[in-house]
Design a protein around this ligand. Sequence first.
Ligand SMILES: Cc1cc2nc3c(=O)[nH]c(=O)nc-3n(C[C@H](O)[C@H](O)[C@H](O)COP(=O)(O)O)c2cc1C
Length: 106
Amino acid sequence: MNKAYSWTLWNRKFDSPILLASGTAGFGLELLEQGYRDGAAAVISKATTLKPREGNQPPRIVETRFGMLNSIGLANPGVDEVLETLLPQAADLPCPLIVNVAGETV
Ligand SMILES: Cc1cc2nc3c(=O)[nH]c(=O)nc-3n(C[C@H](O)[C@H](O)[C@H](O)COP(=O)(O)O)c2cc1C
């Protein structure tokens, strides 16, 4: 990683321009941590919403000639569960975790 590159967000300095995109590792801390080990400066959790969401009916993932299409529909256990289960464990992550929060109203 080129340590000469750095940028600042929320008063925090990041040494890589790469962030692990939301959802690609779900809420799995091991996968999120692997994203950091693979070069991301910070990792982003799957999006969470105020209430739990089942998400879309299957099929949710389709492979095409051009790549993968996914339409999960923001399936998640809801912010209370995320706060209770994910965040306490995330304290051990070696990098910042950005929690993606999706809203339905202003
Ligand atoms: C399997 C998968 C799950 C995703 N889940 C979420 C999600 O929960 N919330 C979200 O905001 N974006 C989600 N995304 C979108 C990614 O965060 C990202 O915006 C998308 O992959 C485009 O990234 P790119 O512009 O770097 O190609 C998901 C993407 C993938 C491939």
